[in-house]
Write a protein that binds this ligand. Structure first.
Ligand SMILES: O=P(O)(O)OC[C@H]1O[C@H](O)[C@H](O)[C@@H](O)[C@@H]1O
Length: 617
């Protein structure tokens, strides 16, 4: 490895670009570009960036002034002397909206591993190159990246692999161990040099609530989570890097366990910020939750910290909390507040323990839900209503941005009861957050962006979707209500959502598009789905009992029979999800039948779930 350090100078002195290309790539392939950058400062001059072709930036070697960056292009992509790895990987298949997701361990039939160590290592190197391009650090500055993970069994392996990729490109890597997704973002904005913060970039290893065999990556900088375009860019860079790996270098790399990274107990910083926030909101009382009994269900994900490190220091009793220990097989229930079994489990825990409040998180704690002392859920529309009530008390008249599947009753509640404005946008937490930021930028004040999935972000918290912070806002309300009036339990919260009109029936059926069906005529599922939606729109226009929503940002949303339906394209899958809400099952069936009349004309659609739903027995 020392040889390659010397080679940097050699390359520069040679100043022959073809020679540079060859030397660099020969070494790159041989050493897999794992340079132990953390411990070998001399290499900090060499950084990789990508701008269509490979570019070597020599940052901290002033003797080797590069006047023209273009002259240093190493055209690795088209180099014919390279021997690419025979295996071709479709990196873009690993993209899931603004995340990377794949199968990380064997064990589920028909689901071969797609997120291997070399692939993860290439993704690490690609993120490093992307970050260097974005940050354009000064010659003397080394970029720092924090890495955390949830409780998944593949966490360690992926952490090691992605760290190697980052280190190979000359970045410093700090390991946080078990952490939450919001804590990782937080590390890009915390000012705390003792904890190496702020970091320049952060990676969370998680696949949220998906089964144990899956895993993935979320990426952050101090401007928030990376979006779809950036993820695509990173995956395209990763493909190029991966195709340059040689089998023997991969073997070496996987075997190279000698790299060591800094390990930090960052959750201490993050949790103490949460504790501080509640104390401050309660008027600097040390234990504002004294006398409250609050149970937490972490579903064996990463959220177990909330009981001992947030609630208990604030004075709450947390006995009866469950599934706090990390277990990547998720043996008790899926850690997902949208999951019925998960909600049932926390409701039961609240009732069994006669607790004042129940709190449940998803695996990586960017989503949450709560349960009041009567066992009533603050989930989906009810969680949005509760958060809207809290935020509108603080910011009267503000706009609440939500996803598209929110109920008509929620709009009435926000606009008529709370005096706010409901901006129903698209599905997808990133879409909702970005829309809130856009509205603010054009002068429409908004402080809350929240999805029925339990993702919620506040302006005051850097628009970070943080399940734990949502719960902090609720705890503030509990604490302040107790300090000002004589109220007990979570009654104050239950009262805040009084008047929210909830439908008797709320269902979601998902119509799968068979991508191999001849009816697609070689087109994409996306085009096919759009054709279904156009057809539905035409049918609705000629049905006097149905009324298309005047303002709608995705799919076809229609009112009728006292309720509404929304048919739209899934964000990620070849699926058309259909949401129906109605005052009775009969009305919901009527709405379902009007959709069925259209979708049954599209043979590539699996309409069995809808057919089943509309069968009146
Ligand atoms: O469009 P769908 O398939 O219903 O999925 C939509 C959901 O996908 C992911 O789970 C995102 O994290 C959510 O923010 C989004 O709402």
């Amino acid at each position: 490895m020392a040889a390659i350090l010397g080679m940097t100078g050699e390359i520069v002195h040679a100043s022959h670009h073809c020679k540079l290309n060859n030397l660099f790539h020969t070494r790159y392939r041989r050493d897999n570009f794992v340079l132990e950058m953390l411990s070998r400062r001399p290499m900090q001059g060499l950084k990789l960036a990508y701008s269509g072709t490979w570019l070597i930036q020599l940052h901290s070697l002033p003797a080797y002034k590069i006047e023209d960056r273009a002259n240093f292009h190493c055209n690795a992509v088209t180099s014919t002397s390279d021997v690419p790895l025979s295996e071709k990987v479709n990196f873009l298949k690993l993209q899931n909206g603004s995340d990377i997701r794949g199968v990380a361990v064997e064990g589920v039939e028909g689901e071969p591993i797609s997120l291997t160590e070399p692939i993860s290592e290439a993704i690490g190197a690609a993120f490093a190159a992307w970050l260097l391009d974005k940050k354009k650090p000064a010659a003397s500055k080394r970029l720092r990246v924090s890495i955390g993970h949830d409780s998944r069994i593949s966490a360690q392996t992926l952490q090691d692999a992605i760290s190697r990729g980052l280190a190979s490109a000359g970045l410093d890597v700090v390991h946080y161990g078990l952490a939450s997704t919001p804590a990782m973002f937080n590390s890009t904005i915390s000012e705390n040099e003792d904890f190496f913060c702020p970091v320049d970039g952060s990676i969370m290893i998680t696949a949220s609530h998906l089964p144990y065999n899956r895993n993935g990556f979320k990426f952050f900088t101090n401007t928030g989570g990376l979006g779809k375009t950036d993820i695509k860019d990173i995956l395209e860079r990763a493909r190029i890097i991966y195709e340059k790996f040689l089998p023997e270098s991969l073997k070496e790399s996987v075997q190279d366990r000698s790299l060591s990274f800094k390990k930090i107990e960052y959750m201490t910083v993050y949790t103490s910020d949460l504790v501080k926030a509640v104390r401050q909101a309660a008027g600097n009382i040390e234990k504002p939750l004294e006398g409250f009994h609050i149970v937490v269900d972490a579903g064996n994900g990463a959220g177990g910290f909330f009981a001992a490190r947030v609630l208990e220091p604030l004075g709450a009793v947390t006995s009866g909390s469950q599934f706090l220990d990390p277990n990547g097989f998720f043996p008790n229930h899926i850690p997902n507040p949208e999951d019925k079994a998960a909600m049932k489990a926390i409701i039961q825990a609240v009732l069994d323990n006669q607790a004042d409040l129940g709190i449940i998180f998803d695996t990586d704690v960017d989503r949450s839900a709560a349960v009041d002392s009567t066992g009533s859920e603050f989930n989906r529309n009810r969680l949005i209503a509760l958060m809207s009530a809290i935020v509108l008390e603080e910011h009267p008249g503000t706009t609440i941005v939500t996803d598209s599947v929110t109920s008509d009753g929620l709009t009435t509640f926000i606009e008529k009861k709370l005096g706010g404005k409901h901006h129903r946008f698209k599905r997808g937490y990133k879409n909702v957050i970005d829309e809130a930021i856009r509205l603010n930028s054009i002068g429409q004040e908004t402080h809350l962006a929240i999805e029925t999935s339990g993702h919620g972000a506040l302006k005051e918290n850097h628009w970070l979707d943080d399940g734990a912070y949502l719960m902090v806002k609720i705890l503030n309300k509990l604490a302040s209500a107790r300090a000002s009036v004589s109220t007990s339990g979570s009654k104050v919260l239950t009262e805040l959502v009084q008047g929210l009109d909830e439908p008797a029936v709320a269902v979601e059926v998902r119509l799968k598009i068979d991508q191999k069906h001849a009816d697609l005529k070689g087109g994409s599922f996306h085009e096919y789905g759009e054709a279904v939606l156009r057809s539905l729109e035409n049918a609705v226009n000629s049905d006097r009992k149905l009324l298309k929503a005047p303002i709608n940002y995705e799919g076809v949303r229609v009112s009728g029979h006292g309720g509404w339906f929304l048919l739209r394209l899934s964000l990620h899958d070849p699926v058309l999800p259909l949401n129906i809400e109605a005052p009775s099952h009969e009305d919901a069936v009527k709405l379902g039948l009007s959709v069925l009349a259209v979708v049954k004309e599209f043979p590539a659609l699996d309409i069995s779930a809808l057919t089943k739903f509309v069968q009146i027995d």
